[in-house]
Design a protein. Structure first.
Length: 232
């Protein structure tokens, strides 16, 4: 498994000194290299120095994601954002998904705000050992046999809810999110869609070839909402 996937962590304590201009330019360049899950969905990512909202974390910088709202846009942002999360970790910087944070200033984008990622130099250990991950057992979140499922299991999720489920069969991985009761859905439905995109990015990182789309007749499981299928 990729070394960063099995050692990254969500950093919540940062050195609040801003990163230098050269480093921020490298990050902006990397943003342009990200591959979307759905190329036809328009989105923008900006870098901000301040956000607001519940459960916000103080960081020197934030990636702020906006997108047009169409089918798959939340998974798309999760897939793109996790590319940056892994790249930042690999480059020695801490990062953390912030599901409830919003830009402090009025956004120039006409698209809808989706989510933020705080990032900067870490003021706590950047990596962790594999045994330190607090995740559900693989049998709780998947069925079938595919080595890429472990990478998906280790992906971060909102409130560590891990509301995803994967079915591996014939080289394919069918991706789902759990259907939540109305109260939980108000809080977690949006984040659960983003989380699927995050987990799919981990699967993509472990794949020799990667494709993603929706099948007309995917496997049906009670209590699960089909999101798409990973193929080659």
């Amino acid at each position: 498994m990729n070394e960063i996937i099995q050692s990254r962590k969500s950093v919540r304590k940062f050195d609040l000194n801003p990163l230098d201009f050269h480093t921020l330019e490298k990050i902006k360049t990397q943003l342009k290299l990200c591959t979307p899950l759905y190329p036809d969905i328009h989105y923008t990512v900006s870098i901000s120095g301040k956000t607001k909202g519940m459960f916000n974390i103080k960081a020197p910088h934030y990636l702020v994601f906006h997108s047009e709202e169409k089918d798959g846009y939340l998974e798309n942002i999760g897939f793109i954002g996790q590319q940056m999360d892994l790249w930042l970790s690999q480059s020695g910087y801490g990062s953390c998904w912030l599901g409830a944070a919003k830009p402090d200033e009025k956004a120039a984008s006409v698209q809808s705000h989706v989510i933020c990622i705080g990032f900067g130099k870490p003021a706590e250990p950047l990596y962790r050992e594999l045994h330190e991950f607090k995740r559900k057992e693989i049998t709780e979140v998947s069925e079938g046999d595919d080595p890429r499922l472990e990478a998906a299991r280790l992906a971060p999720s909102g409130m560590n809810a891990q509301n995803w489920y994967f079915i591996a069969e014939g080289g394919l991985i069918h991706c789902y999110r759990k259907k939540l009761n109305p109260i939980k859905a108000l809080i977690l439905d949006k984040m659960s869609c983003i989380d699927v995109g995050i987990a799919v990015r981990h699967i993509a990182r472990e794949s020799d070839g990667f494709g993603f789309g929706k099948l007309d007749s995917p496997p049906v499981r009670k209590g699960l909402i089909y999101m798409g299928t990973v193929g080659h």
